[in-house]
Design a protein around this ligand. Structure first.
Ligand code: SF4
Length: 358
């Protein structure tokens, strides 16, 4: 079969809602961008037959940048950050949440480095204190790396870490996935968890009835096939657990990291990743447009090529900011961006329930 009839067959599969193979997904990287975006939008309509685009008012609180892992791709950890090490006190964390609550925010993402002295008690205390003071706040916090770190530091099982944090008040765990390809992980983050550890945390969260999400950081020297390998891990986990509420791809920002000589991924790369993710991940309802790293204007275009959520109107974020990217945004700007893409803005909660339609 020649190249064009292969492409025609694949196009038919996509428009008929048939699951595509990893090999077929790899071939999408050579498609014309507009044709790819249209196919992804057709799949978005099958997964989510609505023109509504959600967003949430949240705050990321990076509680410490002291980190045992010191990944090469990270500009945030204390060793890479010219501002030096810091740790937020519980009072500082509470003050930040109070600011969030006063502007109508509903979700907090506590995320930090793998601090060598933090144990399960440290995290339980953080969660309990936040929930005692702000019972209405949804804690979508920590990450699989932090869960594994706690388990190793406190010599307790992953299941025990999760059940203890859940009892303390943790609501869900973002699936910060980086790139789930061990060839790349062993090069850029050898001290962070391996792919199998990430998978293990996902199954453990599922056993405890907790939801998660998946992300993708691409542009760290991986091949197109390895990008699909990452998506395949996610599709498989979702088939087996159904715990992923959303998928969020973003490009690696090399500035201020040890990998600063890598050429940053382009806007076209980003749109291709969004579109291919939407087509390949036929079991994930929400794909977020990653305005945080790609900018609002590119995120807006992503909404027409497979994405259907804008994620958080973040009040604070230090990990991406450390790479020099400014992350200012506001509710009215979000609403304008969504409306101008022909969509309907919806303020939502962490479980993707609608709070207000604009
Ligand atoms: S990416 Fe996370 S684990 Fe790696 S150095 Fe940065 S804070 Fe630490």
């Amino acid at each position: 079969m020649n190249h064009s009839s292969n492409q025609e067959n694949l196009k038919n599969k996509i428009y008929n809602g048939v699951r595509i193979s990893p090999l077929e997904a790899s071939s999408l990287f050579s498609w014309d961008l507009i044709e790819l975006g249209a196919a992804a939008d057709a799949r978005r309509i099958m997964a989510f037959p609505s023109e509504q685009v959600g967003f949430i008012i949240d705050r990321i609180i990076n509680y410490t940048n002291i980190c045992d892992a010191a990944c090469d791709f990270c500009a945030y950890h204390a060793g890479a950050n010219p501002a030096g090490p810091y740790e937020l006190s519980i009072d500082e964390i509470l003050a930040k949440i109070q600011e969030l609550v006063s502007v109508g925010g509903t979700q907090v993402m506590l995320q930090g480095g793998l601090h060598p002295h933090y144990t399960l008690d440290t995290y339980v205390n953080m969660v309990k204190t936040v929930k005692r003071n702000f019972p209405q706040i949804y804690l979508h916090s920590f990450s699989p790396s932090e869960i594994v770190h706690i388990s190793r530091k406190s010599l307790v099982s992953i299941d025990e870490v999760i059940s203890t944090l859940k009892s303390a008040g943790l609501d869900s765990v973002p699936g910060a996935s980086d790139l789930l390809v061990d060839r790349i992980r062993s090069k850029v983050s050898p001290r962070k968890i391996a792919k199998q550890d990430w998978v293990g945390v996902m199954f453990a969260l599922h056993r405890h009835g907790m939801k998660s999400s998946a992300t993708m950081t691409y542009g760290m020297g991986e091949t197109c096939e390895e990008r699909i390998e990452h998506l395949n891990v996610i599709r498989d986990i979702q088939d087996k657990t159904g715990i992923l509420r959303a998928f969020i791809p973003w490009s690696f920002s090399p500035a201020n990291t040890k990998l600063k000589d890598i050429q940053p991924a382009t806007g076209v790369d980003y749109l291709r990743i969004v579109a291919i993710s939407r087509i390949f991940l036929d079991n994930v309802t929400f794909i977020q447009a990653g305005w945080l790293t790609e900018g609002l204007k590119l995120a807006q275009i992503a909404l027409t090529m497979g994405a259907n959520d804008m994620g958080g109107v973040l009040m604070e974020e230090k990990v991406v900011k450390a790479t020099g990217i400014e992350t200012k945004s506001g509710i009215s700007e979000f609403i304008d961006i969504i409306k101008n893409s022909g969509k309907i803005p919806v303020l939502r909660d962490s479980e993707y329930n609608k709070i207000r339609i604009y």
